[in-house]
Design a protein around this ligand. Structure first.
Ligand code: MN3
Length: 202
């Protein structure tokens, strides 16, 4: 079964003014589509054709860079679209909020750590909130299209929220001001979707 690009779960203008329509159209329709197309090319004729994306990533060191870069790219963007949304922002509630307070002291401290991880990632990559192998929440960052599911990741765990800090995610609106993008994106985080991922991961 070849992997496929799913439609965005909201309109491409739904995250305006924080993330602009043109960025969303190019990011989803061209960048994410290219990861899907190139992943399918990279796994053609290999045993990865019969595996789930998560299983491929957990053993990604068995495959070449085409699978690592494009498999990561497909997974990361699927997660990214799912944890953003219109009429979102605010702060987490319930069990996720309690776990955030336990791990970081407060939501503001978590936000600061995610922003720092994104701002200090040199070049392209991701800032992540993960459920670590110890079951606790942690913030980490990965280069390129790597992610914490991968066996090659420095810090492993299940990502429940991630921020794309590739320039293609923000350059049209924010140019070189990555920290401004890292502030604005918190207006469009769907914390209910993150909480659902937390329940599944812990
Ligand atoms: Mn991207």
């Amino acid at each position: 079964m070849a992997f496929q690009l799913e439609a965005l779960p909201y309109g491409s203008d739904a995250l305006e003014p924080h993330i602009d329509k043109e960025t969303m159209e190019i990011h989803h329709g061209r960048h994410h589509q290219a990861y899907v197309d190139n992943l399918n090319k990279a796994i053609a004729g290999t045993d990865a054709e019969n595996k789930s994306l998560e299983d491929i990533l957990r053993q990604v060191s068995n495959y070449g860079p085409g699978v690592r870069n494009n498999g990561g790219g497909h997974f990361n963007h699927q997660l990214f679209w799912s944890v953003l949304g219109p009429n979102a922002g605010g702060t987490p509630t319930g069990e996720l909020a309690e776990a955030i307070d336990a791990a970081f002291g407060s939501f503001d401290e978590l936000k600061k750590k995610l922003q720092e991880a994104g701002a200090t990632r040199f070049g392209s990559g991701w800032s992540w909130l993960i459920v670590g192998e110890d079951g606790k929440l942690a913030v980490t960052s990965t280069p390129n299209q790597d992610n914490p599911l991968m066996d090659v990741a420095e810090v492993k765990g299940t990502p429940i929220f991630g921020i794309d800090v590739w320039e293609h995610a923000y350059y049209l609106k924010y140019q070189n001001k990555r920290p401004a993008y890292l502030e604005a994106i918190f207006n469009v985080v769907n914390w209910d979707a993150v909480a659902k991922r937390y329940q599944e991961a812990k």
